[in-house]
Design a protein around this ligand. Structure first.
Ligand SMILES: Cc1ncc(C[n+]2csc(CCOP(=O)(O)OP(=O)(O)O)c2C)c(N)n1
Length: 253
């Protein structure tokens, strides 16, 4: 109970449930869930929102978000989102996908959803590994990065080169808004929230396909502390995956 001299500085968004998440200490998923929930609250669209949870560590997102969330097979959230949005165009529909989900098994789905200019919002969480299955190499694993399937570090001629999703999708005519952000500092978390809010606002305005890539952490599989993981995002990840706006058809150039 608050005393008269006290005031709330922060309240849990209505768009989050009281459930405790399964995420490891220092994992970025919790931060990104909270940002999405705050944006949904601020736009007053909780009753109209439908999320599509991925296969990956965020597979239980339907337990954490306090609005409708459905599940899709690995990599297929853009296809499921397309069907839902076309049947229910007044709903706010978003996918929440990891890099294994979106940039490996789901590459075809994301490219064609962008090419069709589907009026959906995609939240792409890039933590550089397959988190849920114990840290195998993902398409976004950095060169030299050690994972359970690149034990000596990713080597391009054996394991291929990492894929930059924002740069790739920005070349697609149907994409309306593409931005990459990170969550290694408070200003960057605020920037991420601004980008996610803009993406949802564009959907409400029926402008088309938006994708926000968020550079995130996986301390358990990276075998780093939460603080070291934030530093890795800030230095190693951000230098290969530069944050910024890759496309914004809503802004005159
Ligand atoms: C069709 C299919 N193939 C493979 C898997 C195994 N699998 C489960 S989660 C996962 C990777 C998840 O990684 P990512 O999308 O990066 O999300 P994160 O867990 O890192 O958040 C894989 C390959 C599966 N469940 N279904």
């Amino acid at each position: 109970m608050l005393q008269k001299t006290e005031k709330y500085l922060y309240r849990k968004p209505e768009s989050l449930t009281d459930n405790i998440t399964i995420y490891c200490s220092g994992c970025g998923h919790g931060i990104i869930h909270r940002i999405i929930a705050e944006v949904i609250d601020e736009l007053s669209v909780r009753e109209k929102t439908i999320g599509i949870a991925p296969v990956g560590c965020a597979v239980l997102a339907y337990d954490y978000f306090n609005f409708d969330v459905t599940e899709a097979a690995h990599g297929r959230p853009p296809a499921v989102a397309t069907g839902i949005k076309r049947c229910l165009p007044d709903r706010i529909v978003f996918t929440y996908q990891g890099d294994g989900d979106l940039a490996a098994i789901g590459t075809a789905e994301i490219i064609h959803a962008a090419a069709r200019g589907e009026n959906i919002t995609v939240i792409f969480v890039n933590n550089g590994v397959y988190g849920m299955t114990k840290g195998q190499m993902a398409p976004t694993t950095l060169l030299g990065q050690r994972t359970t399937t690149t034990v000596k570090g990713r080597e391009p001629y054996q394991h291929g080169f990492p894929i930059r999703v924002c740069e790739l999708l920005a070349t697609i005519e149907g994409a309306y808004y593409i931005e990459r952000t990170k969550i290694d500092s408070i200003p960057d978390i605020i920037k991420t929230k601004r980008a996610i809010k803009k993406a949802f606002t564009y959907q409400i305005e029926k402008r088309g396909f938006s994708l926000i890539e968020v550079l995130s952490t996986c301390p358990t599989n990276w075998k780093k502390t939460p603080a070291e993981s934030m530093e890795w995002v800030r230095t190693e990840m951000a230098s290969f995956f530069p944050p910024g706006v890759y496309k914004d058809k809503g802004v005159a150039v």
